[in-house]
Design a protein around this ligand. Structure first.
Ligand code: GS8
Length: 222
């Protein structure tokens, strides 16, 4: 059976990084097609007509949007002795991993957006506090484990680690040091970075800086 795997990708995206890491963990080859969130090509609009967002995973012509859903799909489809499971097999642990991944998208991501792109005013101040509280909750969930799921790298690590190269920008915008506030989270990110699947998949900091500069210009907060 043909096994055509395509990722509609955007290099600085923490969501697309999840898919790059997941596929690297599974040892799956794929074709990357770059899309840009402000200049959406016809393929992206056709493959993700509802949200029109990157990433989109296209498996044998069939599109799947939304990074966490894609990651679960990859985990189910590439599931043999050679491909480590990303989600725990225990139902309760699996539910926990999904809960915290959803927390990252609902809380960390929304406050993040407020802090990075809304640089002034009440919303910015509230966003900063909420973001820090969310990161601290994640740090408490991590505890003293090397990875969120215990001794092995998995779904929740992948869901969060894509944000790591953005920490520097965030610290500049928020005026706090994540390393000082959440030292265990930084140590965890560094452990994740020792894996080639992560180090080769994360966004490049210089590209992030360029994107942030373009984005600020675009929304008028230079
Ligand atoms: C978020 C994807 C997203 O925001 C997921 O896949 O998990 N919940 C989705 N993608 C951005 C690029 S990365 O910042 C995007 O495509 N934005 C375009 C838009 O908002 O129109």
């Amino acid at each position: 059976m043909a096994n055509e795997v395509i990722l509609l990708d955007f290099p600085v995206s923490m969501f697309a990084a999840r898919i790059r890491i997941g596929l690297a963990e599974k040892g799956t080859d794929y074709e990357r097609i770059e899309e840009h969130p402000w200049n959406k090509g016809p393929l992206l609009l056709h493959m993700n007509p509802i949200h029109k967002k990157i990433p989109v995973f296209i498996h044998n012509g069939k599109p799947i949007p939304e990074s966490l859903i894609i990651l679960e799909y990859i985990d189910e489809v590439w599931n043999d002795d050679k491909a480590p499971l990303l989600l725990p097999s225990d139902p309760y642990q699996k539910a926990q991993a999904r809960f915290w991944a959803d927390f990252i998208d609902k809380k960390v991501n929304s406050f993040w957006t407020k802090v990075i792109w809304k640089v002034k005013g009440e919303e910015h101040g509230a966003g900063k506090k909420e973001l820090l509280d969310s990161l601290k909750l994640l740090e408490a969930e991590l505890g003293n484990k090397p990875y969120f799921g215990g001794d092995s790298f998995g779904f929740l690590d992948i869901a969060l680690v894509g944000f790591y190269p953005w920490f520097r920008v965030l610290e500049t915008c928020a005026g706090f040091s994540i390393g000082a506030e959440c030292p265990k989270l930084i140590a965890w990110a560094k452990t994740c970075l020792q894996k080639e699947s992560v180090s080769k998949s994360l966004a490049d900091e210089k590209e992030i800086d360029e994107y942030v500069a373009e984005m600020r210009k675009k929304i008028g907060i230079e």
